[in-house]
Design a protein around this ligand. Structure first.
Ligand code: FAD
Length: 399
């Protein structure tokens, strides 16, 4: 017997495992599902008649992500020794967009936007799915369909709240060649979709997947708390909100309808956000560097040394990703240099996710609490000595 949406709701949503990626909504052939945005994190709900086709359960990354099988299918092999912390990859680079407007608009080095710009100009894609801000409620995020340079610039910058990007797949019929930008959970769902024959006409349009590194995504309440308590602005009075406005790393810039402008330093709000408002499902996530994307992108910044401000770390993983990236560099859209994997292990929030996250997973499993199944054990792999995040400085004790 095929599963209904009610089964998925029971096994995933009601057990706190829904990622809010929107895949079930975007692929439901009966258009019977919608995202419910009235909650503190968007969740799918049934609004039409379910035909029990079971597709929503099969694409859902909430409870099951078959990493080894996905790796074999997408990369032709499973992760090997030395790849435990970042997944299968062929090259690791430090990069920035060459176009000044894109560089200014981007969160890190603008490479995500530059790759989209290149792909549009070359005719590789005619549409892309990404994340923007809700026009009616500018303090909240919303999925967006990007149709060219103007859309790329408008959607640039990290949105530190859940965005059900994949719910827009149902509108993909308007496009012939798509790119998707997403967090690890979005990419897990896309990789699960790719094996379903029923979805072949949709998934065959996806030319490449750009994956952002992700420490975690906060609840909407995180942003709303910041607005009220730190900015002194009620969410309903917000005219615009940017999470990474201004010079790198950018701050949370809010403009109110009555003309006030407040900017909160990024280090202040990221700490507040990621520590206190991180969603429960994000704290059970195995994947920091978007391990099954074609190309993964993060901040190059290394807290230990302060290097890499305004640059991206880029991890090229698949053949598709490699071809796209090399061509974008060759045609002058991206400035790039090879770096070592070890230097990446010191950057971003790898520590929080691959170590603390694994510990959390192990603990939940020991208590028999719901956890997603990744088909790899949640082992804590130590960083190579000398590459530790908080390695003691000269003169300090420790090793
Ligand atoms: C919630 C979150 C957590 C992150 N955590 C880390 C981290 O721990 N370490 C690290 O190094 N980097 C992290 N990043 C990635 C980093 O902030 C940049 O997004 C990344 O380096 C790409 O920068 P860019 O300048 O190339 O992107 P840009 O050129 O600014 O383009 C960003 C693209 O990503 C899309 N996008 C933005 N937000 C979202 C979202 N929430 N969901 C789906 N798509 C989105 C936009 O539509 C846009 O197309 C995180 C990003 C997010 C959204």
């Amino acid at each position: 017997m095929k599963e209904t949406f009610a089964d998925l709701a029971r096994s995933v949503v009601d057990r706190g495992l829904c990622t809010g990626c929107g895949a079930c909504v975007g692929t439901c052939p009966a258009s019977a599902l919608e995202m419910d945005y009235s909650l503190d994190e968007p969740e799918p709900c049934q609004t039409g008649e379910c035909t029990s086709c079971g597709i929503c359960s099969r694409v859902c990354p909430g409870a099951d992500i078959p990493f080894p099988e996905i790796e074999e299918r997408v990369f032709g092999r499973r992760r090997g020794p030395g790849e435990e912390l970042v997944g299968v990859h062929c090259r690791v680079l430090s990069a920035r967009a060459t176009d000044e407007e894109i560089l200014r608009a981007g969160s890190s080095g603008g490479v995500t936007s530059a790759l989209l710009d290149f792909a549009f100009r070359e005719g590789i894609i005619d549409g892309a799915l990404g994340a923007g801000m809700d026009v009616a409620r500018p303090y909240r995020t919303a999925p967006v369909l990007i149709c060219g340079r103007e859309g790329i610039l408008a959607a640039a910058q990290s949105k530190y709240a859940v965005v059900p990007v994949l719910s827009l797949l149902k509108r993909a019929g308007d496009f012939k060649r798509l790119a998707v930008v997403g967090l690890p959970c979005h990419v897990h769902a896309l990789r699960k979709m790719a094996v379903l024959e029923e979805l072949a006409s949709l998934t065959s349009k996806i030319r490449f997947v750009l994956g952002l590194f992700c420490a975690s995504c906060p609840f909407y309440t995180g942003t709303e708390h910041l607005l009220r308590e730190i900015c002194g602005i009620e969410p309903e009075d917000v005219a615009s909100l940017e999470y990474r406005a201004g010079k790198w790393p950018g701050g949370l810039r809010v403009r109110s309808r009555d003309g006030r402008e407040v900017t909160v330093d990024r280090h202040q709000y990221v700490y507040h956000f990621l520590v206190f408002y991180s969603r429960d499902r994000c704290q059970m996530c195995y994947d920091w560097s978007n391990e099954v994307a074609d190309i993964s992108l993060g901040d190059r910044w290394t807290p230990q040394t302060g290097e890499g401000a305004g640059l991206n770390t880029v991890i090229v993983r698949s053949e598709t990703g490699g071809e796209l990236y090399d061509l974008a560099c060759k045609k002058g859209f991206v400035d790039s240099e090879d770096i070592t994997l070890e230097s990446v292990l010191r950057s971003g929030a790898l520590e929080a996710k691959k170590h603390a996250g694994m510990y959390r997973l192990q603990r939940r499993m020991a208590k028999n609490w719901p956890v997603p199944e990744y088909h790899y054990p949640p082992r804590i792999y130590p960083l190579p000595v000398g590459e530790r995040h908080f390695a003691p400085r000269k003169g300090q004790r420790g090793g």
